[in-house]
Design a binder for this molecule. Structure first.
Ligand code: NAD
Length: 503
């Protein structure tokens, strides 16, 4: 296919590299001609590197390099095939736009292209936050435009969101889906909604991480450690925001929340605004949640050692889940009492069961089979009980995190939010359940898709967790979606698609 990529910056050059590697002819244009030259040089270097690393044959790299056609202007009518040295000359069949993220700039570009290119040429926008429908609405023929949302770096990030606008012709997303699939990436069809799929699904983790920080449940480094070790995420939420840039993350959180008319589940924290104003973006400004300056370790800073007490202190547990931690000869009068919390707080367990507050602590059952055990303390817990509980939990070489008591503890709340937000995406028909899981694993790098993750923990347990969180906090943010509630109540997996209605 002959594809014109307009905007030769970070994304445009990545898209160009991907497309020539897949055998397409790519015309590259930019408002700045030097950007085109830079992009061509960049793609050639990347192709060379692929040859050196043995990932591409010399012949394929040469062919791909010669399929790059630099243009003087995005508005070239139909480029002469001779300079492209490829067979499929003439007008491009597809334009992929990756220019500045600004509705006016994009609309002006497409209306200009509409004047010079044949009506069969399909238009695609790589916008990450604008409405595809609103961009299309500026065209004489809005039916020819859809969103084609790539992720950075394009050749490595295999996911592409195909986003039909409200007026997009049916054959346009079909063509884009086929192109992406044939060219080695994974297309998912996503409704034209704020954040599309991946940026919407990603709100679950970061908004809840900020809520935990707001409530002083734990510091950012402790939350990151729990996210990595208990949930198995490659990066903790704060480490991730430092990488993405808090300016970008904060703006996505606001856009998605505002776009969904202040949906409780997506409510952002007040915390990022001042951090952004202070330039604490993360890696790119060398200071975010972690420091990235000379001699600073970033997120890999060593974990402070918690001084443990007596590992032989008698332990009494409530609930079967913690049975392994109990000592057979537990002396009831000064034994530690460990309670499993599931969407509930230690404080509530103390009151409901008449437990000794000064030596009762919570253990997150989600953390039990993982390298890190998480202990929750209340304002009434005595220091010696905390120290002894740390020593008991660390007995078989486990890392231990101590957090302040909250309904649900850290990992549970992060997981509940990730799963619940994903079921909200499914419920709104934004994407099919299977595509949600694929998109989140490829786009966000989570160890499993959020619906599959909820199913692995158990749909009924997830429902119990969210209901308990909602009941104890009274915060509608934790309200389980009808999607989750109904499937869990019916004993069905969360990935069960919507029933078809008769025509
Ligand atoms: P960038 O700043 O690296 O590149 C943008 C390029 O567009 C520049 O070379 C600029 O000269 C050119 N440009 C600006 N106005 C133009 C015009 N009117 N006509 C032609 N060229 C013009 O930006 P980027 O990060 O590559 O982002 C491009 C688009 O992709 C944006 O819509 C962005 O939201 C989206 N996007 C970015 C990412 C990312 O991680 N960077 C991921 C997905 C989508």
């Amino acid at each position: 296919m002959r594809i014109r990529v307009v905007g030769a910056g970070t994304m445009g050059r990545g898209i160009a590299q991907w497309a020539v590697t897949a055998g397409h002819t790519v015309e590259l244009a930019d408002a700045r001609t030097e950007a085109v030259a830079d992009a061509v040089a960049f793609v050639r270097t990347m192709l060379e590197r692929a040859v050196v690393k043995g990932r591409m044959s010399r012949a394929d790299a040469d062919r791909a390099a010669s399929a790059l056609v630099p243009l003087d202007s995005p508005y070239d009518a139909a480029h002469d095939a001779a300079s492209g040295a490829t067979a499929d000359g003439g007008a491009p069949q597809l334009v992929i736009e990756a220019v500045l993220e600004d509705l006016e700039v994009k609309a002006e570009l497409f209306t200009g292209l509409e004047r010079v290119l044949p009506e069969e040429t399909v238009f695609a926008t790589n916008t990450s936050s604008l409405s595809v429908t609103r961009i299309g609405a500026r065209l004489t023929d809005p039916g020819r435009l859809a969103g084609l949302h790539f992720f950075n770096p394009v050749p490595l990030m295999k996911l592409v969101e195909v986003v039909p606008g409200a007026a997009t012709r049916e054959d346009v997303p079909e063509l884009l889906t086929a192109l992406v699939a044939e060219s080695g990436h994974r297309p998912v069809t996503v409704a034209d909604t704020p954040g599309f799929l991946v940026n919407h699904a990603g709100r679950g983790l970061v908004t809840e991480a900020f809520a935990l920080l707001e409530e002083s449940v734990a510091g950012h480094a402790a939350i990151d450690r729990i996210a990595r070790d208990v949930l198995g995420l490659r990066m903790g939420p704060f480490e991730l925001m430092d990488l993405t840039g808090l300016d970008v993350t904060a703006s996505v959180m606001d856009t998605v929340w505002e776009g969904f008319r202040h949906a409780d589940r997506l409510r952002p924290s007040y915390l990022p605004a001042n951090r952004v104003a202070a330039g604490l973006y993360g890696r790119k400004s060398r200071r975010g949640f972690y420091g990235y300056g000379e001699g600073e370790a970033g997120p890999s800073l060593p974990e402070p050692r918690i001084e443990g007490g007596d590992p032989a202190r008698p332990v009494r547990v409530t609930g079967d889940e913690l049975a392994d931690l109990a000592a057979a000869d537990a002396a009831p009068h000064d034994a530690l009492v460990l309670v499993p919390t599931w969407g509930t707080s230690v404080a509530a367990a103390v009151v409901e069961n008449g437990l000794p507050a000064e030596r009762t602590l919570g253990v997150d059952p989600l953390s039990l089979g993982t390298p890190r055990r998480v202990l929750a303390v209340t304002p009434a817990t005595r220091d010696d009980a905390v120290r002894d509980a740390v020593a008991v939990l660390a007995r078989d070489g486990h890392a231990v995190s101590v957090v302040r008591d909250t309904a649900g503890s850290v990992a549970q709340r992060l997981l509940a939010s990730v799963v619940n937000v994903a079921t909200g995406i499914a419920e709104r028909g934004i994407a099919a359940p299977a595509d949600i899981d694929v998109a989140v694993t490829l786009g966000l790098g989570y160890p499993r898709g959020p619906l599959a993750w909820g199913d692995a923990v158990g749909a009924a347990r997830m429902l119990a967790l969210l209901r308990a969180l909602q009941a104890e906090t009274g915060d509608p943010r934790h309200r389980p979606t009808p999607w989750l509630t109904h499937r869990a109540s019916l004993g069905l997996p969360l990935s069960t698609p919507m029933p078809r209605l008769p025509e």
